[in-house]
Design a binder for this molecule. Sequence first.
Ligand SMILES: C[S@@+](CC[C@H](N)C(=O)[O-])C[C@H]1O[C@@H](n2cnc3c(N)ncnc32)[C@H](O)[C@@H]1O
Length: 179
Amino acid sequence: MNEFLKIKPVIHEAFGDNIELFPSVNELFELELAHLEYKCLPKDQLLKRTAYIKSIDNQFSKHYLLYSRQPETLHENRSASTQAYFEEGQFSTGYATHGLFPYRGKFHPQLIKGLINILGIENGETILDPMAGSGTTNIEAALMGINSCAIDVSPFCQLMIKTKYEALTIDLNLLKKLD
Ligand SMILES: C[S@@+](CC[C@H](N)C(=O)[O-])C[C@H]1O[C@@H](n2cnc3c(N)ncnc32)[C@H](O)[C@@H]1O
């Protein structure tokens, strides 16, 4: 029996039959985070904020709608293994600007989004990540309208954070001029 079929009854028991999780949610820790997020978020904000739910009553979540189309150019000239890493992690590791550099020590962006939801951090509040690495927390915060500060001792990480963060709001017309 494949892994999904084994956990399907658990998902049904925990979420009912009108909620569909992302197919990549198949580890126990992800199911626990998904369930905590489901319990913590106000029902009227679930579709807008959830990191783990694909749809409720056949209505897609914002996470699904935003990240279901992968920008082809992001993965051009990448090794096959790097491309596979981001394609498999379309809704967990490879979306937005997280894929600009495959920093292997980074958190799953989806996990950070789930934790922000579970902690109840609101639009306009501020998060500090004192060992920010590739800036996963800062990028997720920005995507959710939350302010953030990043600290990292490594100059390379500082460059990576700045690049990934600023690329979220880059003017695409400027990039086109580089062609
Ligand atoms: C595992 S990485 C963090 C990854 C990050 N959570 C992400 O998602 O990209 C740990 C980071 O801590 C930084 N670090 C280690 N000691 C530090 C210190 N004393 N002050 C600031 N940053 C430090 C390292 O440079 C490294 O980038």
